[in-house]
Design a protein around this ligand. Structure first.
Ligand code: HEM
Length: 417
C-alpha cells in the first residue's frame, strides 16, 4: 500500500527522496517500494543525484571501485557559499580525504593500520563503560515512568562511547555534540547561507580540537585510540603519518555517533512497534544478537550513501554518464524481495538478517561495524532487563532528524508501569 500524501502529484513520487527527511517512515518505505518496482534508478533534479533502490544494483555500485568513486561521500549536498569557503580557509580548516571519501591508493594503508586500533580487545575494554552509561541513564529517568529515549539516552550514549575511545574528556561532550550536529547539517542537510556560516565555524573549531588532541597524545600517551594509532605508527610515516592520524580522529566524529544514535532510536522504535518481538527478547536475551541484525536490516540509520560514476554506466537499464552522482538507498536495498523473503516484515528470527547492507560493502565497509553492533547489543540487553514493560507512548509525532541521508526519530517517548 502506498502513501504519497505529501508528495507533489505532478512529479515522480521517487523525487520526494531529495527531501527524504520530510517523509514519515511509512511514506519513505512506500516510496522505496514504488521505486524498486517501477523506477529503480531515478533522477532527483532538486539535488542532482540519481536514486538507486535495488539491492543488487547497490551492492554492485558500492563494490566496484573501478567504475564508481567514493570521493563525494562527504561533500556538502548544497554547495558551500563563497563566503563560507573563505571562512574555512581563513580558519585553516584543511582535512583531507582519509577513509570514507578517500579514493587514493593510501586509503588501504590507512584503513589497514587504523583497523588494528579497532580491535575486539578495545571494544571489550569499553563494555563496562557502555553498560554503566545505559544503566545510569535508566536510573535517572526510571522513577518518572516516562522518558524521551532519544534526549535522555541515545542522543549522548554513542558520543560518550566514541569520546571514551578517542580520549576526549566528558566535560567537552556537549560542545562536541553541537559541532557534530553542525557537520551533519553542512554535509547532509539543506542549510541557508547563514546556517552554513555558523556550521562552518563549528567545523573549524572541531578541526582545531582534533589537532590539539593528537599533539597532547604525542607528548603524553593515554589508554585511547589516538595513542594506539601513534603507537602503531611508531614514528614511521610509511605506516601512518601524523596528518593521517589527525584526519582519522576528525573523521570518526561523524562516522561514529550520529549513525549509532539514530540506529539506536530506530532499533527501539522497531521493537516497540512490534511488542511481541520486544516481549520475546525480554523472555530470551539470547535472541538479542539476531535482533540487532534485524533492526539494522529493517530500518537502517544511514538512509543513503553516495558514489560518483567514473565512466559511462548502465544501471537497471538506465544509462548514466561519467560524472553523474548516485545516492544508494540502503534501507530500500535491505527490503528488496529479490534479496530477502518478506522484506517488509520485521522478524527477529530471520535466518539471513545479517545479509543487510546497512554498513555498506567492499573497500569502504564500515570500520566501526563491530563497535556499533556491540553498542546496540548492550543497549538492548540492559534496556530489556531493566524495563521489560517498555511501550511506545501514544501521543507523539515520530518525525525524523533533518538530514537527507540519515534517519532516526528526533524524539522517542516511551512509558512503563
Ligand atoms: C549503526 C551504526 C553505523 C552505521 C549504520 C554505519 C554505516 C556506514 C556506512 C554505510 C559506511 C559507508 C560504507 C561504504 O561506502 O561502502 C560507513 C563507513 C565508515 N564507518 Fe560506519 N556506520 C555506523 C557506525 C560507525 C561507528 C561506531 C564507527 C566508528 C567508531 C564508524 C566508522 C566508519 C568509518 C571509519 C567508515 C569509513 C571506512 C572506509 O572508508 O574505509 N561507523 N559506515
Amino acid at each position: 500500500m502506498s502513501d504519497f500524501s505529501n508528495v507533489s502529484p505532478e512529479r515522480c513520487p521517487v523525487t520526494a527522496l531529495s527531501d527524504a527527511f520530510h517523509l514519515s517512515n511509512e511514506q519513505l518505505e512506500a516510496v522505496f517500494r514504488f521505486a524498486r518496482k517501477d523506477s529503480p534508478v531515478t533522477y532527483l533534479p532538486d539535488i542532482d543525484f540519481w536514486a538507486v533502490t535495488r539491492f543488487d544494483d547497490i551492492k554492485t555500485i558500492l563494490g566496484d571501485k573501478e567504475r564508481f568513486s567514493s570521493e563525494i561521500t562527504l561533500m556538502p549536498l548544497s554547495p558551500l557559499a563563497p563566503e563560507v569557503q573563505d571562512l574555512l580557509k581563513e580558519r585553516g580548516f584543511s582535512p583531507r580525504p582519509t577513509l570514507s571519501n578517500n579514493e587514493r591508493e593510501d586509503h588501504d594503508r590507512i584503513r589497514k593500520n587504523t583497523q588494528v586500533a579497532f580491535s575486539p580487545v578495545r571494544n571489550k575494554k569499553l563494555e563496562p563503560y557502555i553498560r554503566q552509561l545505559v544503566n545510569e541513564a535508566i536510573d535517572r529517568f526510571e522513577p518518572d515512568k516516562r522518558a524521551d529515549l532519544v534526549k535522555q539516552m541515545v542522543y549522548e550514549l554513542p558520543a560518550l562511547v566514541l569520546f571514551k575511545l578517542l580520549g576526549i574528556p566528558e566535560e567537552d561532550v556537549q560542545q562536541i555534540k553541537m559541532w557534530a550536529d553542525s557537520r551533519l547539517i553542512l554535509s547532509f542537510g539543506r542549510p541557508s547561507v547563514e546556517e552554513q556560516m555558523v556550521a562552518a565555524g563549528h567545523l573549524a573549531d572541531y578541526w582545531d580540537y582534533c589537532l590539539a588532541l593528537v599533539q597532547q597524545r604525542i607528548k603524553s600517551p593515554k589508554d585511547d585510540l589516538p595513542s594506539d594509532l601513534l603507537a602503531i605508527r611508531n614514528g614511521d610515516d610509511s605506516i601512518l603519518t601524523i596528518e593521517d592520524i589527525n584526519n582519522v580522529v576528525f573523521g570518526l566524529l561523524l562516522a561514529g555517533h550520529e549513525t549509532t544514535t539514530n540506529m539506536s532510536g530506530n532499533a527501539i522504535l522497531s521493537l516497540l512497534q512490534h511488542p511481541e518481538s520486544w516481549d520475546a527478547i525480554v523472555a530470551d536475551p539470547d535472541l538479542i544478537p539476531n535482533t540487532v541484525e534485524e533492526c539494522l536490516r529493517f530500518r537502517s540509520s544511514v538512509v543513503a550513501w553516495r558514489r560518483l560514476a567514473k565512466v559511462d554506466v548502465e544501471i537497471a537499464g538506465i544509462n548514466i554518464s561519467a560524472g553523474n552522482r548516485l545516492l544508494c538507498f540502503l534501507p530500500s536495498a535491505n527490503r528488496d524481495e529479490s534479496h530477502v523473503n518478506n522484506g517488509e516484515e520485521f522478524d527477529i528470527y530471520r535466518k539471513d538478517a545479517r545479509s543487510h547492507i546497512s554498513f555498506g560493502f567492499g573497500r569502504h565497509f564500515c570500520l566501526g561495524a563491530p563497535l556499533a553492533r556491540f553498542e546496540l547489543l548492550i543497549l538492548l540487553e540492559e534496556l530489556s532487563k531493566r524495563l521489560p514493560g517498555l511501550r511506545l507512548a501514544n501521543d507523539q509525532d515520530l518525525m525524523p532528524v533533518e538530514a537527507v541521508q540519515f534517519r532516526g526519530p528526533k524524539e522517542l517517548w516511551v512509558e512503563w508501569d
